[in-house]
Design a protein around this ligand. Structure first.
Ligand SMILES: [Zn+2]
Length: 151
């Protein structure tokens, strides 16, 4: 079994295809309602606020605040057996939506708290995908995620 057949690969649909296309280009897109202005993630066919079908796509600033995280110690699938332990974060993006991603480059989890600023970007994964990753922002630094750095 090759890595690409073993890994869990998200399926592109008519509703999320723009997200995955932008992700391959290193950009994080969010959906925005044309009628009420709500911004959300993950992609959906209608606005979760007003059920409008008038949906547009906007680029995320990639800036947010750590809302919560967990440390995964045991793999639940052979595809991620070599990745444990790793951190999974729930980030509240400055645009509003909460975003699930891998939290990287954390040496000491005791420094993490609900006010920790993070930068969200994309990192290489199996099958040519770019999956969301976050790392703690450094004070005063405008330091985007390096897409060539392993997640
Ligand atoms: Zn709406």
């Amino acid at each position: 079994m090759t890595e690409s057949t073993l890994r869990i690969v998200p399926e592109a649909t008519e509703f999320n295809a723009p997200y995955w296309t932008a992700a391959r280009e290193g950009r994080v897109l969010l959906q925005r309602c044309v009628d009420c202005g709500l911004v959300w993630h993950p992609p959906a066919p209608t606005c979760p606020g007003c059920r409008s079908h008038a949906v547009s796509w906007v680029a995320s600033s990639g800036q947010g605040t750590l809302y919560s995280y967990t440390r995964v110690e045991h793999s639940v699938h052979p595809a991620v057996a070599d990745a444990v332990p790793y951190l999974v974060a729930l980030v509240e993006l400055d645009e509003g939506p909460r975003f699930v991603c891998t939290l990287i480059e954390v040496d000491d989890t005791s420094t993490l708290c609900a006010t920790t600023r993070v930068t969200v970007g994309l990192g290489p994964a199996a099958a040519g995908l770019q999956l969301p990753v976050a790392r703690c922002s450094r004070a005063g630094a405008d330091d985007p995620i390096d897409p060539t750095r392993p997640a």
